[in-house]
Design a binder for this molecule. Structure first.
Ligand code: MN
Length: 435
């Protein structure tokens, strides 16, 4: 629901927040940060600074449910806060919005404690914000699924199950890293063209996948599926996610059980959890399925979810090569797409994931699947852009790429715009490939 925290006229006394492209007072995403040798704790992004929830708690700025939420966010992992669910998270949002409001009632007292309550983001390190018990990667970007399928099955690119099942695989939680962590080129088995036996060595076809990350809040009891109409209550927020993919390893190893080492070496996420509350103005109806597509089975269909379960998020992929960095050039934009292209809503993912009785836990993470636009300017992976390496892409520096080289840095950005509302963003998800 829209409330005073979304009011476009609300400004913050933290000057850098006003007109900030990602973190105005209308966003207030949750994260975990540390500064120098102090312990990691929860914070909220505001402009170029981080609002310190532990310091605010110690300063006595919270009461009631907002206090319970801030206490749950005072440690190095946000799982306790994610477990509390929407009511506590909303109370925290309302109170922090009031605290940072330029016209807030307590402004003078709070601003006097500014040095304790706020830290320049540039002076802090961001961490993966929760202990991730399980990470599941979906495949809900239908244009990506089709583009990938075309490479092997040009006449029948989508598998028969695609429009019935929100397809996913269980991926690896232990190797998820926050934005800014280098990505070491993985080694593995690959069967090179014209060879009869595989060899073990460094990946030669390293790729990225532009995805939305979905953070799970309250879990469900083992054996008790989450009905789709209740699924939204279990979603605590969103981030950007790079599902780095070793295509040569993937091609060889994936039959019949799906990706393994091709995906497990690292996944990068943007460190801020953008809450469902912040995203309310950017909700859209789930786009109608094309004529002739089957309706979702009843356990995956909810009228309210269809009416407002979609998300309009502009997603951008940039590539900064070593040569661009050396020459002071800006990164090259590889693509722009929008999350509205997802074939399944996040509520459908939650309902399907639990439909067989699997229990989700607070801090579990989903990847949406690679999000591509129908147009080639919006393809979310090099596999699609270069047609599996057959068509090199020419970069603004004059360099070409089929897959990633050492020194290449991949940068994702996500922003939300809607008439009558202040735009918000996700910050960045960055990772540089090292040999
Ligand atoms: Mn993926």
């Amino acid at each position: 629901m829209i409330d005073a925290t979304h009011d476009p006229s609300r400004r913050s006394w933290v000057e850098s927040a006003n007109e900030h492209p990602h973190f105005p007072i209308q966003n207030l995403p949750l994260g975990v940060f540390s500064k120098e040798d102090e312990s990691a704790r929860g914070g909220i992004a505001i402009g170029d600074e981080i609002f310190d929830l532990r310091a605010a708690l110690e300063a006595g700025l919270f009461g009631g449910e907002a206090r319970a939420a801030a206490e749950a966010a005072a440690g190095p992992m946000l799982n306790p806060l994610l477990a509390l669910g929407a009511t506590a998270r909303q109370a925290l949002r309302r109170r922090v919005s009031d605290i940072l409001d330029a016209n807030g009632a307590d402004r003078a007292r709070i601003e006097a404690a500014r040095d304790r309550l706020l830290h320049l983001a540039d002076d802090c390190t961001m961490h993966v914000p929760a202990a991730i018990g399980d990470y599941t990667d979906f495949f809900a970007g239908i244009h990506h699924a089709r583009n990938g399928g075309k490479l092997n099955r040009p006449d029948n690119p989508l598998a028969a199950n695609y429009k019935y099942v929100p397809v996913a695989y269980h991926s690896r939680a232990s190797s998820i890293r926050a934005s800014g962590t280098d990505v070491r080129r993985p080694k593995g088995q690959r069967l090179s063209a014209g060879r009869e036996v595989p060899e073990y060595g460094p990946c030669e076809r390293l790729d990225y996948e532009m995805e939305l990350g979905i953070w799970i809040g309250p879990g469900n009891a083992h054996g008790e599926p989450i009905p789709i109409a209740r699924a939204a209550e279990h979603i605590a927020g969103f981030c950007l996610l790079n599902d780095w993919s070793a295509r040569d390893i993937q091609t060889w190893e994936s039959q019949p059980l799906g990706p393994f080492l091709a995906k497990s070496f690292q996944t990068s996420i943007s460190p801020w959890i953008v809450t469902p509350e912040a995203l309310v103005p950017f909700r859209i109806a789930q786009p109608a399925r094309p004529e002739g597509d089957p309706a979702p089975l009843p356990y995956l269909f909810d009228a309210a979810d269809q009416a407002c379960g979609g998300l309009s998020i502009d997603l951008e992929v940039l590539l900064l090569t070593e040569a661009m960095r050396d020459r002071g050039l800006p990164p090259h934009r590889m693509s722009r797409a929008n999350a509205r292209e997802l074939y399944w809503t996040v509520a459908q993912m939650v309902a399907h994931h639990t439909a067989g009785g699997c229990d989700l836990r607070p801090g579990d993470l989903f990847g949406s699947g690679t999000i591509s636009d129908p147009d080639p300017s919006g393809f979310g992976a090099l596999l699609e852009i270069t047609e599996a390496g057959r068509k090199p892409v020419v970069l603004s520096s004059g360099e070409t790429r089929t897959f990633l080289q050492d020194g290449d840095e991949v940068i994702f950005r996500g922003t939300c715009r809607a008439d009558g509302f202040v735009p918000i963003g996700f910050g960045e998800c960055r990772g540089r490939v090292v040999g």
